[in-house]
Write a protein of this length. Structure first.
Length: 375
């Protein structure tokens, strides 16, 4: 069967033919479009952002394609050990971490600066999926199916909150809780948890969040209360998006980013930089591209036979969805500014690594699904 399949593919090696090339081409298109956005954000120069982002992107995309050869059993066996290593790295951030942008979130590792909290986003999904893979199905509605994942989620979320990084802590929590929900934990427990969260929210708002985090939430509810202070980012973002109109001002013709009115126009607010020049049409095409990738990830979950593969694929699809939806809502003023980057568009090596790691794991699960279907 294998020889026959190879013969039909002609000169294309079977490992390459097994890759989901439609998804890879979409990822490649988004990554190359990102280089145009960063080139423009720098005023028509490849430095300091486009060149380094492009080199990392092509290296990491090659790494994601290589990860497609990893078996599901390997991901399952390494999930908890890697989770433990990332916990140690998060502890290392508290002791030796690099302070930048008002937060202590990075580890200096020679030639690279790594944000361990980004790596926890996919591996909290793998760790929780591994726990439910080991759990007997008859135990799913008992208390023993609930508290271990809550501990797995709570430890990294608490460490990330100390950095402080509310957005990443929320994404780690959301990824883990999604796996718990999909594993079959009774719905009434999530409803109860939501009610408890609503009751505790005022306490957290007053005693847990930092001043700047509280201000961001207040600004979200009343954006015009401080347009030149805390609300400056979102006000300028809305101006940039609105001025782009339907078709945009044209490549290299953005004013908000080029005249430095838009803060963080190459990172968290890269979408605003892009939509000022490419307009609503560019934003819609980007949304279509990302949700096509997410829909492919959902289908990988639906076609997976093993419990670990199903939960992992669904959890990673949800993680990608949170990345895209939270950033877009944040940039358009529909959610508080929480510092979640737009995947493969915002400048940053750690988020690039995380997103392409998610896609590499999904490709490996997709490859195994297609092999099982063929046999």
């Amino acid at each position: 069967m294998t020889r026959g399949s190879s013969a039909n593919l002609g000169f294309v090696p079977e490992p390459l033919a097994q890759l989901p090339w439609k998804v890879i081409l979409l990822v490649l298109a988004i990554g190359c479009f990102d280089l145009l956005v960063l080139y423009s954000a720098a005023g028509g120069h490849i430095r300091p952002w486009a060149l380094s982002q492009g080199v990392r992107f092509f290296v990491l995309l090659g790494g994601a394609m290589a990860l497609s050869r990893v078996r599901e059993s390997t991901w399952s066996s390494i999930s908890l050990p890697v989770y433990g290593v990332i916990i140690l790295m998060l502890l290392g951030v508290e002791i030796l971490g690099k302070v930048a942008g008002g937060g202590q979130r990075w580890l200096e590792l020679g030639i690279i600066r790594l944000q361990p909290s980004e790596l926890m986003k996919p591996f909290i999904v793998l760790a929780c999926a591994r726990f439910y893979e080991m759990l007997p199905p008859a135990e799913i509605r008992k208390f023993g199916a609930i508290w271990p994942p809550l501990v797995l989620i709570g430890i990294p979320a608490a460490l990330v909150m100390l950095q402080p990084d509310l957005g990443t802590a929320l994404m780690i929590t959301a990824g883990g809780v999604t796996v718990m929900f999909l594993a079959g934990i009774p719905l009434r427990l999530f409803i109860g948890g939501g009610l408890a969260g609503a009751i505790l929210a005022p306490i957290a708002f007053n005693f847990v969040l930092h001043d700047y985090q509280r201000n961001r939430i207040l600004i979200f509810m009343d954006p015009e209360s401080d347009p030149l202070g805390t609300g400056y980012h979102i006000s300028q973002s809305k101006i940039a998006i609105g001025s782009g109109g339907i078709f945009g001002k044209g490549f290299l013709n953005g004013t908000q980013s080029h005249l430095d009115y838009l803060p963080e126009g190459h990172t968290d607010f890269a979408l605003a930089t892009m939509m000022e020049e490419w307009g609503l049409v560019g934003g819609v095409l980007l949304v279509i591209a990302w949700f096509t990738i997410i829909w492919w990830a959902v289908n990988v979950a639906l076609k997976s036979e093993g419990r670990f593969a199903r939960l992992t694929a669904a959890g990673l699809a949800t993680t990608l969805f949170f990345y895209v939806s939270i950033n877009m809502a944040m940039v358009m003023g529909m959610a508080p500014v929480v510092g979640v980057p737009l995947p493969l568009i915002s400048f940053g090596g750690s988020s690039q690594l995380t997103v392409l790691l998610c896609i590499g794991i999904l490709m490996s699960l997709d490859r195994q699904n297609r092999q099982q279907t063929r046999w």
